[in-house]
Ligand binder design. Structure first.
Ligand SMILES: [Mg+2]
Length: 175
């Protein structure tokens, strides 16, 4: 039972926890052999309620490209126009309705970037979708813990469950 619980915890435990995309050490990621980034869109790259690309986000993406990272925007969003518009504006391939944590959108992203799981990081703000999906496939998981107030009750519950689980997982990183 204990061993089983440890395995489950390892599946949910992010390799890194940061408060936003600007707090990630990309030099260190490069040193780990990471050269491709799967990016969640809503509340990771851009707030869910925002539809345009702010200069700071554009600059963030340009900098990552200059550093040599391949990028793919991989969203569970059911709004194809939003995802495609933002992807095209940023010059980054995009996937909508990705059904993370299922592996299909992750596989597709790897294929688009021509990257292997072990040289890829997933940056996302949902433990049950972004982090879990990445960990299952041995993609380096970076969890954005922005502690943003959710408006919808169901999402509030999910955030509470996320924080509860995080408190049980112990510090970020491999077991
Ligand atoms: Mg998100």
């Amino acid at each position: 039972m204990n061993e089983y619980w440890e395995k489950i915890k390892a599946l949910f435990r992010p390799k890194e926890i940061v408060k936003d995309i600007n707090s990630i050490d990309f030099k260190q990621l490069r040193a780990r052999g990471i050269r491709a980034l799967i990016l969640d869109l809503d509340d990771t790259l851009i707030p869910k309620e925002v539809n345009d690309v702010r200069p700071a986000v554009f600059e963030w993406v340009v900098t990552r490209k200059e550093e040599g990272f391949k990028l793919c925007l991989t969203s569970n969003s059911r709004h194809p126009v939003r995802v495609q518009y933002i992807g095209e504006t940023l010059g980054v391939p995009s996937i909508f309705m990705g059904f993370k944590p299922l592996p299909f959108a992750f596989w597709k992203s790897l294929e688009i970037m021509g990257a292997k799981p072990e040289e890829t990081a997933m940056i996302g703000d949902q433990l049950f979708m972004d982090t879990l999906g990445a960990n299952v496939l041995n993609i380096y998981s970076i969890f954005i813990d922005h502690k943003k107030e959710e408006a919808m009750l169901v999402r509030k519950w999910m955030r509470q469950a996320e924080q509860w689980l995080l408190s049980k997982l112990g510090p970020a990183g491999p077991l």
